[in-house]
Design a protein around this ligand. Structure first.
Ligand code: NAD
Length: 503
């Protein structure tokens, strides 16, 4: 399969020589070749987007919104085809891939409310005959960079909001999971979106670095690891680009003595092993108070032994592979680090048994460390695989100290039926997203999504009204109304007018 760039309304072939193989992580088979585009090709895409901005930003809002409604319908009509593309190259389990597409459909629903959300403000009579107005105006071309693990979700976080507010877009999917965007772009092409409004460019950091000093680019957004977010923050900062940069994560889940135990274990499995642990809201640090620590460990290890591993397209298994050989090796190295640091390896997921026909896939089985300590690297660093560490603490305050010692502050969950614990946790946990009796604290698309500290490097979160703020600026107009018959003499004697023009 040939993966292609999409620039100015056309699918564009890249020179054959500069490509990267795209493998199916479930069995290691070659799916296609991904172009590694050049600096110049990246600039061609932003140029096309800048040209398109001239007319797209002037298109009446109902016409722009018409495309967002069509995008929503196209996703509903092609739900399964889109989910299969994610299950194929990213090897997200097919049930979770369907869930991801469904979540994006809900995000696009949110984007359909944009006419209500971009209404500005007016204040009349700030001086005699003078009014003030705030307009939520588009900025121009935005460029977005996606991680491998949510190819559909990140499209939804960026593109519908950017273009509905009147901007145009250049998008770089991850070269590990480009298939969703190939198919989604074809659906967008078929709805006859004007050329240049959305462009796709595949490649590595070269493509991104071409945007920093590109005068056509107003802002950049990323969902990726913290080092990538920091690198982009530097490039954007040096060149005055607006930036929305979501970084990496390491999330804790606190278990209090009154936790509903069946619900807890079910949710730890979904959170820790869903998407093979490659989720920015995976709860990989379990912090249990001493009264229930032994019970949590025993039940979690037993339940983890029952987690089945296999092809992402097999609905009968619980967990698919990790993204590639490099990720598998890195996760296995972390398991060894945990052993060397002195944690107890209660369940070792290295080299899980899988069927012969998928043995070239990149599998790591469920892994549980117990007796983990907050200072260990397996607790502090993002492993991004199906590895869970369990720690024992004395009370909610001690649990909060462990949560808040994290350098990244994406999400944290608590399992309890006690209101005091709940409210204290919501107030005192230093993270951007909280879950109470849920294992994955992903907010609904109507609400903002994003962390703090190392998990969010830019100015804004995604989703909700924050997305509107990022893709627009508050243009402020000061308007003096002149009576064509009476002139402005009365107003010019008014001192409030002079104070109005100060500054
Ligand atoms: P990554 O940072 O390696 O790559 C992300 C994207 O950035 C890719 O498209 C890549 O080509 C590009 N890139 C890499 N290095 C770059 C550089 N120096 N300059 C410019 N672009 C560069 O991340 P990944 O491995 O694809 O994804 C996993 C990471 O994403 C994890 O850290 C995970 O926590 C994070 N993530 C965060 C969220 C969130 O909501 N905070 C959501 C999903 C994933």
């Amino acid at each position: 399969m040939k993966i292609r760039n999409y620039i100015n309304g056309q699918w564009v072939d890249s020179p054959e020589c500069n490509t990267q193989p795209l493998l199916n992580p479930s069995d290691g088979a070659l799916i296609g070749e991904v172009p590694m585009s050049s600096f110049e090709q990246s600039r061609e895409a932003t140029f096309a987007a800048a040209e398109a901005f001239q007319s797209w930003s002037k298109l009446p809002l109902p016409k722009r919104m018409g495309f967002i409604f069509k995008m929503h319908q196209a996703m509903v009509d092609n739900h399964e085809m889109l989910a299969e593309s994610i299950a194929l190259d990213q090897a997200k389990h097919i049930a979770e891939a369907r869930g991801e597409v469904q979540r994006v459909i809900e995000i696009v629903q949110m984007a359909c409310t944009i006419p209500a959300l971009i209404q500005g403000e007016t204040i009349n009579g700030i001086a005699t005959n003078i009014h003030g107005r705030v307009i939520k105006a588009p900025l121009g071309v935005f460029c977005g960079v996606a991680p491998f693990n949510f190819p559909a979700l990140v499209f939804g976080w960026f593109i519908p909001f950017a273009i509905a507010t009147g901007n145009t877009f250049v998008y770089k999917p991850s070269s590990d999971s480009p298939l969703f965007m190939q198919r989604m772009m074809q659906l967008i092409h078929d709805m006859e979106l004007p050329a240049g409004v959305v462009n796709i460019i595949h490649g590595d950091r070269t493509v991104v670095e071409a945007w920093y000093e590109d005068d056509n680019v107003a802002g950049m957004c990323l969902v990726g690891s913290t080092p990538t977010a920091k690198a982009m923050a530097e490039g954007c900062g040096r060149n005055g680009k607006k930036a929305m940069l979501l970084g990496g994560a390491k999330n804790s889940l606190v278990v209090m003595e009154d936790a509903p135990m069946d619900l807890l274990i079910e949710n730890i499995l979904i959170s820790g092993y869903g998407s093979a642990g490659q989720r920015c809201l995976a709860s990989s640090n379990i912090i249990a108070v001493s009264q229930v620590y032994d019970e949590v460990v025993e039940r979690l290890v037993e339940a983890s032994k029952g987690v089945t591993v296999g092809s992402a397209m097999n609905p009968d298994v619980f967990m698919g592979p990790v993204i590639n050989a490099r990720a598998k090796q890195s996760i296995e190295q972390y398991i060894q680090i945990g052993v060397d640091e002195g944690a107890t390896l209660a369940l070792d997921g290295r080299n899980p048994a899988v069927a012969e026909e998928i043995s070239n896939g990149f599998y790591v089985g469920p892994t549980v460390f117990t007796d983990a300590k907050p200072c260990m690297r397996i607790v502090e660093e993002e492993i991004f695989g199906p590895v869970i560490s369990v720690m024992k603490v004395g009370c909610i305050n001690a649990a909060l100290r462990v949560v808040n010692a994290q350098k990244m502050g994406n999400g944290a969950c608590i399992f309890t039926q006690n209101n005091y614990y709940t409210e204290k946790f919501i107030e005192d946990a230093d993270v951007g997203m909280i879950g109470v009796n849920v294992g994955v604290c992903a907010p609904h698309p109507y609400l903002p999504f994003g962390g703090i500290k190392g998990s969010l490097v830019g100015n804004n979160k995604v989703q909700g009204k924050d997305a509107i703020d990022f893709f627009t600026h508050n243009k402020t107009a000061t308007i003096r109304i002149v009576d064509p018959e009476g002139g402005t003499s009365a107003a010019s004697k008014d001192n409030s007018v002079r104070s109005c023009v100060a500054g």
